[in-house]
Write a protein that binds this ligand. Structure first.
Ligand SMILES: Nc1ncnc2c1ncn2[C@@H]1O[C@H](COP(=O)(O)OP(=O)(O)OP(=O)(O)O)[C@@H](O)[C@H]1O
Ligand SMILES: [Mg+2]
Length: 265
């Protein structure tokens, strides 16, 4: 890979990253919170973004998702420079963000939520008819493939699902509709141990489908088993990139808690 100014230290990958930040800085008003960050996510790779509160993790994710336009720097998607005016631009090219408070509609059935905004329709002259049966079947198959066996029926309204099931449905949806990059901002916050396990399983499912995954979590015991690479942010700067197996749990926790990092350039 190239070793220009924006290159990502320490990564040995073939081909283009799904998504790449080069020299990204960001300010809210006069308050600069991101400083010259370069990082990339390759297909089939789970990159965890870790760091203390206020380190800038969510801000970086919002830049990936088109919610924030960086003050300076370059975004590249599948090898081409891109810029997003709105989150819809990012979604349109295959970047799917899943937040704790998901934009799903509680009263609607699972299958309607699954196809929200991507409905299968047939047109009869001027009429557009929802293909309900096909959507029910497709939603049911996609969820069953993921092993969401506790979901009784795709007719159930979403409010009957647990937080973990919702996260898993959202991730399944992203895979189903061919997203290239999945962005997860603390998807396991406030989940039970078992639900967390389900969400982690769906992240692994996304990796098997060759999505790139950018994953934020405060709990290092969730991060360590699933992350191929860990990017440690501190006060808006990347201070270290850690490959799988390079550090253990206690060391990782210490790294985040420590406040006197030297950038390891
Ligand atoms: N919309 C905003 N307007 C102004 N400042 C913001 C905004 N969002 C975040 N900030 C500031 O940017 C900095 C980084 O915040 P960010 O939410 O990205 O951190 P984080 O790493 O996600 O933290 P946490 O772990 O607490 O979620 C913080 O100083 C925060 O106060
Ligand atoms: Mg955050």
């Amino acid at each position: 890979m190239s070793t220009g100014p924006g290159a990502v230290a320490g990564s040995a990958h073939d081909g283009e990253p799904v998504f790449e930040l080069r020299g990204i800085s960001h300010s809210y008003g006069r308050n600069q919170v991101i400083f010259d960050v370069s990082m990339a996510v390759w297909p089939g790779e789970v990159v965890a973004l870790v760091g203390d509160n206020g380190a800038g993790k969510s801000t970086l994710l919002k830049i990936f998702a088109g919610y924030q336009r960086p003050t300076s720097g370059i975004l590249r998607f599948m090898g081409r420079e891109v810029s997003f005016a709105t989150p819809a631009d990012a979604r349109g090219i295959g970047i799917e963000a899943v937040y704790q408070d998901l934009a799903i509609v509680d009263q609607m059935s699972l299958w309607r939520n699954f196809f929200l905004g991507k409905e299968m329709v047939r047109t009869f002259g001027p009429l557009r008819v929802l293909e309900r049966r096909r959507m029910r079947e497709a939603a049911g198959n996609a969820l069953a493939q993921l092993g969401l066996t506790r979901i009784r029926s795709v007719e159930e309204p979403v409010w009957t699902l647990s937080g973990g099931e919702r996260q898993s449905v959202a991730i399944t949806r992203a895979i189903h509709f061919g997203a290239k990059l999945l962005l997860l901002d603390e998807p396991t916050a406030a989940l039970s141990v078992r639900e967390t396990r389900n969400v982690i399983a769906s992240i692994e499912h996304a990796r098997e489908h060759k999505l790139g995954v950018l994953y934020i979590d405060h709990n290092m015991s969730h991060v360590l088993p699933v992350a191929d690479r860990i990017v440690l942010l501190e006060l808006g700067r990347v201070v270290r990139t850690i490959d799988r197996g390079e550090v253990g749990l206690v060391e990782l926790q210490d790294l985040i808690a420590r406040r006197d990092h030297q950038a390891d350039g």
